[in-house]
Design a protein. Structure first.
Length: 327
């Protein structure tokens, strides 16, 4: 993979990749690893935030927490899709939303916090929405790529030594499955708005000591319950085209195909799902021509793939955060 941009350069891509590895790393630590000053890192960070859509936020990993994670397709009355997408984007349990099919389809991911919240959305609110014509729900069963493993690392702009030097100093993972406690909510409420919030900020928000906040955040990251993720506009590096791919494989080929997809440069996320198709992929490319080349080439040549449907995004409404229109 290579970047093409008139505004941003290799150092910007290295910085974004470094933040993908450790979104809370200090500017001085980032500078040491990248071989530049902390002032240079700070300037690049501010420009990426202002012009490249950079946001660093904490994400609860539904896969590690054993929680439901769904991808939904809503076929809508044509003039209503944007309003429906906007309403969904305001919900804290939606993590990405796009418009497809010429603006008549809303595709989104949701991580309901409980079975009751899931049922209210899937069985209550969406079916009662009058301008939604059809609902297709796909439950994630297994993640092949995505989550803490970010797409930017596929550019290969950091060495293994640089990545190792950036990894968070969290210590060993605590025993047992990843889990969140009720008292973690105040901590996560801040980090889900700003993943780089300072420890004094987190201390004030939680009422706990700074050392207690550090220990708890380290434990959450080490266990995989939470990771710090990076949002950005892929078009700033020359990759404006994104699409969801609905793939059906032979049952015996499911895992093999999914593992192969995880290694493709174009794949930002890939998961096995229950529903009308058994693998869902988010692909990011330079153009529709490159999307075609991927569909007819690397993807099309995978043995065991029976059917592929592509839904290019007309517009991405939400990635990890949501900026309301006019703001």
């Amino acid at each position: 993979m290579r970047m093409e941009s008139d505004t941003f350069d290799q150092l910007d891509l290295q910085l974004l990749t470094a933040l993908e590895v450790n979104g809370r790393a200090s500017f001085s630590r980032l500078g040491d690893v990248l071989g530049v000053s902390d002032q240079t890192v700070a300037r690049r960070y501010r420009r990426l935030s202002a012009e490249g859509g950079l946001r660093v936020v904490a994400v609860r990993d539904a896969d590690r927490l054993g929680q439901d994670h769904w991808t939904l397709r809503l076929r809508c009355v044509p003039d209503s899709a944007l309003a429906i997408a906007d309403a969904l984007a305001k919900r804290p349990d939606t993590n990405w939303i796009g418009l497809a099919a010429g603006g008549t389809e809303v595709i989104f991911g949701t991580r309901p916090r409980s079975a009751g919240a899931r049922d209210e959305l899937l069985l209550g609110q969406l079916p009662r929405t009058p301008r939604v014509l059809e609902i297709r729900a796909h439950q994630m069963l297994h993640r092949f790529w995505g989550g803490p493993a970010g797409w930017l690392r596929k550019f290969g702009v950091l060495t293994d030594d640089q990545i190792e030097a950036l990894r968070p100093d969290t210590g060993a993972a605590p025993p047992g499955p990843a889990r969140l406690e009720p008292e973690d909510e105040a901590l996560l409420a801040v980090l889900e708005r700003d993943g780089r919030a300072s420890y004094p900020e987190l201390q004030r928000a939680t009422g706990r000591s700074e050392s207690a906040v550090k220990r708890r955040l380290s434990a959450l990251i080490a266990s995989g319950a939470v990771y710090i993720d990076v949002e950005y506009h892929s078009e700033i590096f020359g990759y404006p085209t994104a699409a969801v791919l609905w793939i059906t494989t032979e049952p015996a080929a499911l895992h093999r195909v999914g593992e192969a997809l995880a290694g493709h440069d174009e794949v930002a996320h890939a998961a096995a799902t229950a529903g009308p198709s058994n693998i869902i992929v988010t692909a990011v490319t330079r153009s529709t021509a490159d999307l075609y080349a991927y569909l007819s080439g690397p993807l099309g040549h995978l043995e065991g793939v029976r059917h592929v449907e592509a839904s290019p995004f007309l517009r991405r409404i939400k990635q990890l955060t949501y900026a309301r229109p006019g703001r």
